[in-house]
Design a protein around this ligand. Structure first.
Ligand code: UD1
Length: 427
């Protein structure tokens, strides 16, 4: 059944909101579990559909997977021999499925992984993944919609320089190289906290890795890894989205379980427009200043720069801010779907190439809108809070991929957000 959120405007968000483990780390840690025979246990795992899909993918590869959504625990029991094919049916539902590529080539010497779909956010190539695995000794080609990799005589260490610090390519190369004899030097690697989290798990499993979190990662291949227990790093994107929710609604929100150090640039920008950001015993707190938010120019960049996944929240913030702002998207093309929907709410925003010029208006005006991906959808609910009247946000299934019970989290902060059946589309 299709569902939508009904949002009644006019609430200033106030209170405490929990943040658990990062979706974008949990999914990769689950893939990394394939590298060791035996039972890996992950804790602080979010209760979201994407984890359910990844669990199913690992089951099809031969693992026994238990996912306890209440406890936030995933246990993955990996047999000595695993399958090496990830079908389109699952990969199309979850782009992050591509992260089994590195573990499968390392464990099986071959991997057939469907070329993914996933979020509708512009084209995302796999050339850096392929080039990295080729440098490690694999042969890679695309056939019938599958990326087919094989390394009949095994992988070996190599010097690799990424043209761009791709998160996914860094992860796949890292997960393939940990079992490749010799030394791998990965230069211009992505530096995201999720990369550090995966490297930490791999080191706990017995891998030899130095420099994760910097641009140069060095990996000494080992013969085998062993299963461990590991807690997923807090979700900095969810935490950042609550920081923007506070700033946009002139609210006061403590983000419990959030790590401010992983959001340095974002929180500095919010401080610059008058928000008070303080560390608390359990996380951090964002208190917006009195009166209308002040406009804020943003340019997305690889970590530690401003995250592209927070860009829809920055646009929404500026839609009601005092003044004009330029938002520049440097990572993905066509990732401006929020703009069309915000326009339905009366926002004044103009797309020009990879920039959006936003001129803040005093208040948005409630209307039906449609979520196109996780973050755009979550941002539209925040827009509904600063619109007069009722806003309905369709496409709730996208939001559910990134947030467990988003409406409950919103209600906990005083918002009038409810889930309801969506009207049937015209047939
Ligand atoms: C991950 C996150 C996503 C986030 C992004 C950037 C997951 C599941 N998703 O996506 O939420 O927005 O990091 O922080 O973790 N590129 C190539 N060739 C490649 C690989 C990437 O050209 O082989 C390009 C992409 O088209 C894109 C850019 O590099 O323009 C960034 O992609 P990448 O860093 O790989 O992002 P993902 O790992 O896909």
């Amino acid at each position: 059944m299709n569902e939508r959120f009904r949002v009644v405007g006019g609430t200033r968000l106030q209170g405490r909101v929990p943040v658990v483990g990062a979706k974008n780390s949990a999914l990769k840690l689950m893939a990394a579990a394939l590298l060791a025979e035996g039972r890996t246990r992950l804790t602080n795992v979010p209760a979201i559909l994407d984890v359910t899909i990844m669990a199913e993918l690992l089951r099809r590869l031969g693992a026994v997977v238990d996912y306890d959504t209440t406890a936030g625990v995933v246990e993955i029991d990996v047999p000595a021999t695993i399958g090496h094919r990830a079908d389109y049916e699952l990969v199309r539902a979850l782009r992050a499925s591509i992260s089994v590529l590195g573990p499968l080539i390392a464990r099986c010497g071959e991997a057939d992984v469907a070329v993914p779909g996933g979020d509708a956010i512009g084209s995302r190539g796999l050339d850096l993944h392929a080039a990295g695995l080729e440098a490690l000794g694999a042969k890679v080609h695309v056939a019938h919609g599958y990326l087919v990799a094989s390394a009949p005589s095994g992988l070996h260490g190599a010097d690799i320089r990424l043209d761009f610090p791709s998160v996914g390519a860094t992860e796949n190369i890292l997960m393939a190289a940990v079992l490749a004899p010799g030394t791998t030097r990965l230069d211009n690697a992505a530096r995201e906290p999720e990369i550090v989290d995966i490297a930490t798990l791999l080191v706990e499993m017995g891998a030899r890795i130095h420099g994760a979190g910097t641009s140069l990662i060095e990996i000494e291949g080992v013969d085998a890894l062993h299963p461990v227990e590991h807690a997923v790093v807090p979700d900095r994107i969810a935490a950042g989205s609550w920081a923007f929710a506070a700033a946009t609604t002139r609210g006061d929100v403590e983000i419990v379980g959030g790590n401010a150090a992983h959001l340095e640039v974002t929180l500095e920008l919010l401080t610059g427009v008058g928000c008070e950001v303080t560390d608390t015993a359990d996380g951090f707190r964002v208190l917006a200043p009195e009166g209308r938010p002040r406009s804020l120019d943003i340019a997305t960049l690889p970590y530690p720069g401003f995250p592209t996944d927070l860009q829809p929240f920055a646009i929404t913030y500026n839609a009601v801010a005092d003044g004009s702002a330029m938002i520049t998207e440097n990572l993905f093309e066509a990732r401006f779907r929020t703009v069309q929907e915000l326009a339905r709410l009366g926002a004044e925003a103009r797309i020009d190439g990879h920039h959006v010029l936003v001129h803040g208006v005093g208040q948005l005006s409630g209307a039906p809108v449609e979520a196109s991906d996780i973050r755009a959808g979550a941002a539209l609910v925040i827009a509904g809070l600063v619109a007069d009247g009722v806003t309905t946000v369709s496409g709730v299934q996208h939001i559910d991929r990134g947030y467990a019970a988003y409406e409950t989290l919103m209600q906990g902060l005083g918002a009038d957000v409810t889930r309801e059946p969506d009207v049937a589309p015209f047939a």
